[in-house]
Design a protein around this ligand. Structure first.
Ligand code: SF4
Ligand code: SF4
Length: 635
């Protein structure tokens, strides 16, 4: 309640569907099959065994009560209690074995304590064993329901162990069962297992639709505009709630490219720090007490909790969000905290000063003048139509800063233009009217600069009538397609992989059999095309159409793909800590023994090309955008 406002209640049916799929169905948990099955069995077991706990609690007040009163239907409860009771016991044994013998890396560090997990696992085991004990001897208490109790096909076999002393053992098991259950429930709020209470609501309240950055309340025309989150009261209530839903499973950190390459960033730690700081400060705020100076000074973004280096290491690749079984959204608070560093504290890496200056003065991260935006069209033997000179066109080809200025990526823009020309698409480019889409500025925390660029672009596009926007850069796709809406720009945006795929399928672009390549290709998924916009198959399908050889997947591909290291504005920053992410990814690509690394994003193209060069493999391994491959193979 102390956080900033945010609406997470619209579309309740869609939210319920998500709870059924991700919460009850445990779909994300199964992204790791063995650990997933173990967790899912414990979770489903809990749901089923609520019947046994409820029966035991009611019996505490009314000793004659039994589920057997429901007649034949009670047999379903009793059979399921035995089946799931056994499965939960086996799962707990596996969980302890995994934690203490297999030692998965993701369960270590960041304060995730073995003691807490072990205590909880032992309590779960205790609840199960005492339930079997109660069920084994309960016929002695309720002989009338003996026919139904026979459905306890496991516990009924155990009754011989207690022959002659059934009533005494019933009392022992019942008290032990109820005591462990009550201890468990009282311990929960002090444990990471509080997620048993918070995870389903957290899934319900998680973002629907595309993962966009939160812009509510960021209106620079207003007084007291939100300038970023330096402490918990500047986070949204949902960002705070995430802290209490975290299971500390470490799946996020295990998939984080920054963490995997030795940077100080751990998305799990970010979320745990939010919870710790809330627990420290919020009770004082809620009670309207004066906050002691020493607590006030320990802000969330400080050496005590989250450091600048952690925040700047994030590539906003969304791997953490994709992996999180309870749909925690790490990227929003990270960007909110970067906003605090940039807009409130003016504290950011030196190299960003130049980048922000270029964006402000030239409308691009590079120091090229706006007037050079059409230079990539020179030496083409086709004419690239410009919007200001063409009144009617269907498709606006948004070239992007890399497509206009980056010497290597200009060739991709030229390839796309030639393919559009071949397919006789009625298109135009904005040319010198186009400006940086604002993605990097936003993710780097400079929201004011981002909004300036976004608003200028929306105004420019308002001048023209077109049906859709075609982009080559997934970052342009995400920002223009999903984030311009908040600024009055509602557009259908397609990436060139989808668009060219359609043209090929409609035979508007024909592949020449004799021009097809015959080589080994691996495809590097762009985070902003894949995890952000769910485009995985189109580029692969296109590659299959132009290549007679193999398309080899890397170890981490599709929604598990490793970032190239350039997202979130990292493209413009030096990487001084740990191993370079692009080298980690390039090594993975080279392990496939592919001759071509295909990409679909200008940032990925740069990072992979640099990686191949640094590994001394530029001669035998080429990095290509698939638009170039299609053009080379087309009639
Ligand atoms: S978005 Fe990517 S880089 Fe950032 S914390 Fe999540 S996994 Fe790590
Ligand atoms: S944020 Fe999600 S993935 Fe990360 S530790 Fe918490 S529950 Fe696990």
């Amino acid at each position: 309640m102390l956080g900033r406002a945010e609406n997470r209640f619209a579309s309740p049916l869609k939210r319920l569907k998500k709870v059924l799929e991700i919460g009850i169905g445990q779909s994300k948990i199964f992204r790791e099959p063995a650990a997933g099955l173990m967790h899912a069995l414990i979770f489903w077991g809990f749901l089923v065994l609520i019947t046994a706990v409820t029966e035991a609690i009611i019996q505490g007040f009314y000793s004659n009560f039994s589920l057997g009163m429901f007649g034949g239907i009670s047999k379903i409860f009793f059979i399921s209690q035995d089946v799931f009771g056994l499965l939960v016991i086996l799962s707990v044994i596996y969980a302890l074995f995994r934690r203490y013998v297999l030692h998965p890396k993701r369960l270590q560090g960041d304060g995730s304590t073995n003691a807490d997990a072990t205590f909880i696992l032992c309590m779960i085991m205790g609840v199960m064993l005492t339930m079997f004990g109660v069920n084994a001897v309960k016929t002695a208490i309720h002989p009338d329901y003996a026919t139904y109790y026979s459905a306890h096909f496991i516990s009924s076999k155990l009754s011989v162990l207690f022959k002659g002393n059934e009533i005494t053992f019933y009392n022992i098991f019942w008290w032990a069962h109820i005591s462990i259950v009550l201890l468990f429930m009282n311990y929960l709020p002090y444990s990471k297992h509080f997620h048993i209470v918070t995870s389903l609501p957290n899934v319900y309240l998680s973002k629907l639709g595309p993962q966009t950055l939160d812009t509510e309340e960021i209106d620079f025309e207003k007084e007291n505009v939100f300038l970023g989150s330096g402490d918990i009261e500047q986070l949204t209530w949902k960002e705070i709630f995430d802290g209490y839903a975290c299971t500390e499973c470490g799946r996020c950190t295990a998939s984080c490219p920054a963490n995997l390459t030795g940077k100080p960033l751990s998305p799990r730690k970010i979320i745990m720090n939010i919870r710790e700081r809330t627990s420290e400060k919020a009770p004082l705020m809620a009670a309207n007490k004066n906050i002691p100076e020493e607590i006030e000074q320990k802000k969330l973004v400080s050496e005590y909790y989250i450091t600048d280096d952690e925040l700047w290491a994030c590539t906003t690749c969304m791997a953490c969000v994709k992996e999180c079984p309870v749909n925690i959204e790490h990227v929003n608070p990270i960007v909110d905290m970067r906003r605090f560093l940039v807009q409130s504290e003016s504290r950011f890496p030196d190299e960003l000063m130049t980048v922000f200056g270029n964006m402000e003065n030239n409308g691009a991260p590079w120091a090229y003048p706006q007037s050079d935006r059409l230079k990539w069209t020179e030496n083409l033997d086709i004419t690239v139509p410009v919007a200001s000179e063409k009144n009617n066109f269907d498709v606006l080809y948004w070239v992007g800063c890399a497509g206009a200025f980056d010497a290597r990526y200009q060739n991709v823009s030229r390839s796309v233009a030639q393919l559009l020309d071949k397919a006789k698409v009625n298109y135009a480019v904005l040319g010198t009217e186009e400006k940086c889409n604002g993605d990097s500025a936003r993710r780097l925390g400079n929201e004011f600069l981002a909004q300036t660029l976004i608003k200028e672009n929306v105004e420019t596009m308002k001048k023209y009538n077109f049906k859709k926007i075609l982009v080559s850069c997934p970052h342009c796709m995400q920002t223009i397609g999903n984030e311009y809406k908040a600024f009055g720009g509602d557009y259908e945006v397609v990436h060139h992989s989808e668009f060219i795929s359609e043209l090929v399928n409609e035979k508007k672009i024909e592949i020449e059999e004799t021009k097809k390549i015959d080589t080994k290709i691996t495809y590097h998924d762009s985070c902003y095309l894949g995890r952000y916009n769910n485009i995985y198959e189109e580029p692969r399908d296109l590659l299959k159409q132009v290549n007679n050889g193999d398309i080899i997947e890397m170890e981490r591909s599709k929604d598990k793909g490793l970032c190239c290291g350039a997202g979130g504005g990292r493209m413009w920053m030096e990487e001084k800590i740990g191993k370079k992410i692009n080298i980690e990814r390039t090594e993975e690509a080279l392990r496939t023994n592919a001759d071509v690394i295909s990409t679909a994003c200008p940032f990925c193209m740069t990072m992979m090309t640099d990686g191949v060069k640094e590994k001394g493999r530029s001669e035998d391994v080429k990095v290509k955008d698939f638009a170039e491959l299609i053009l080379e193979s087309s009639k």
